[in-house]
Design a binder for this molecule. Structure first.
Ligand SMILES: NC(=O)c1ccc[n+]([C@@H]2O[C@H](COP(=O)([O-])OP(=O)(O)OC[C@H]3O[C@@H](n4cnc5c(N)ncnc54)[C@H](OP(=O)(O)O)[C@@H]3O)[C@@H](O)[C@H]2O)c1
Length: 319
């Protein structure tokens, strides 16, 4: 069985989704695309042999579309999700699930009321090396603390600097990857956060953020994200009682590199789409739920509160 996909958003990241779907993803196929720029949307659809709809709502009426994939700026996610849920479509939404916990909760409630799956595309969970790190974490014994860092080049899009469209700066845009990864890798919830956000070169939202999360297990996780330097890097360092892991799966014992494991890379978007399609077709729970997306937004909101107040704040258990 192959589920029909309606893809909303055909920009930098949505374009990647479209290309992977056209190249072939097991369990799903691209039926229609939507974006605001009609000329570009029509040209793409024609060359790809799919349907273009200028208004995404038209997708919801189509019987050949089983699922909606949303790759738009975050301010659009809420309305699409509520409407798609009412139309009975399965929904996959790029991170951040929503700009606020209130929106995320409304989206989850709407999908639950309609009985449709909602998956959050926390794509880092599908990175092979990080999956392996999760499997291997126990090797270094009891976890003492973690350091998670992601740095990307300055924003190419205007909307990323508009809090009304992005929900904030790097903390929610990029930090959300790492907030979710903390939960994914450790299996524990954050109970407290102390954060600082800085505008080094931006005027409306932060381009550097630092946060210290305290987990229910007592473990501290230090997060650093920025959009100030050319090039990209992502480092996850886990410090355990018996040794350390670096995210390239280099294990350090004492002063020595005890082991370096090589894990082949796979495009995360393909893995996300395949996992989503598999769950929808089988009627099984999606691997990264709306609640997972919500938890990461809860962590981001608490970090913003802490940065505004200049002191540690509690991360609410329920939202
Ligand atoms: N998981 C990851 O690693 C990752 C990486 C990059 C981005 N993302 C996420 O993906 C999302 C999109 O990012 P991006 O970099 O692709 O942004 P982008 O290049 O600006 O693309 C946004 C797309 O959304 C469309 N759009 C905006 N408002 C719309 C509306 N009301 N109706 C229909 N389409 C609309 C735009 O259409 P027009 O251009 O025609 O206006 C554009 O095609 C963001 O949430 C971002 O956080 C995730």
């Amino acid at each position: 069985m192959s589920i029909g996909i309606g893809l909303i958003g055909l920009g930098r990241h949505g374009g990647r989704y479209a290309q992977h779907l056209l190249d072939g993803v097991t369990g799903c196929h691209l039926v229609a695309v939507s974006r605001r720029d009609r000329t570009a949307g029509q040209a793409f659809a024609q060359s790809a042999g799919v349907v273009f709809v200028p208004d995404w709502r038209e997708m919801l009426e189509r019987k050949d579309i089983d699922a909606i994939v949303v790759v738009t700026p975050p301010n659009v996610n809420h309305d699409i999700c509520i409407a798609a849920a009412k139309a009975g479509k399965a929904i996959l939404i790029e991170k951040p699930l929503a700009m606020t916990t209130e929106d995320a909760r409304a989206m989850i409630d709407a999908t639950q009321a309609a009985g449709v799956p909602l998956m959050t595309a926390q794509t880092l969970r599908f990175t092979p090396v990080l999956r392996r790190l999760r499997e291997r974490l126990a090797v270094i014994g009891s976890l003492e603390y973690m350091w998670l860092s992601m740095r990307v080049e300055p924003a190419p899009h205007h909307w990323l600097e508009d809090p009304k469209q992005a929900g904030g700066g790097v903390l929610i845009e990029i930090g959300i990857h790492l907030f979710d990864l903390i939960r994914y890798l450790t299996g524990h919830e954050a109970v407290d956060v102390w954060a600082e956000i800085v505008r080094l070169h931006t005027s409306r939202v932060e381009d550097l953020a630092l946060a210290r999360f305290l987990l229910a297990s007592g473990v501290r996780c230090y997060v650093e994200v920025s959009r100030v330097s050319a090039g990209r890097s992502c480092r996850i360092e886990a410090v355990g009682e018996n040794g350390q892991y670096e995210s390239r799966l280099t294990r350090i014992e004492g002063r020595k590199v005890a082991e370096t494991e090589s894990v082949a890379d796979d495009p995360t978007i393909v893995s996300v789409l395949e996992a989503f399609a598999r769950s929808v077709a089988a009627g099984e729970p999606v691997p990264v739920s709306g609640e997972d997306g919500l938890r990461a937004v809860v962590m981001a909101e608490a970090a913003y509160r802490s940065a505004a107040d200049g002191r540690p704040v509690a991360v609410p258990a329920a939202a």
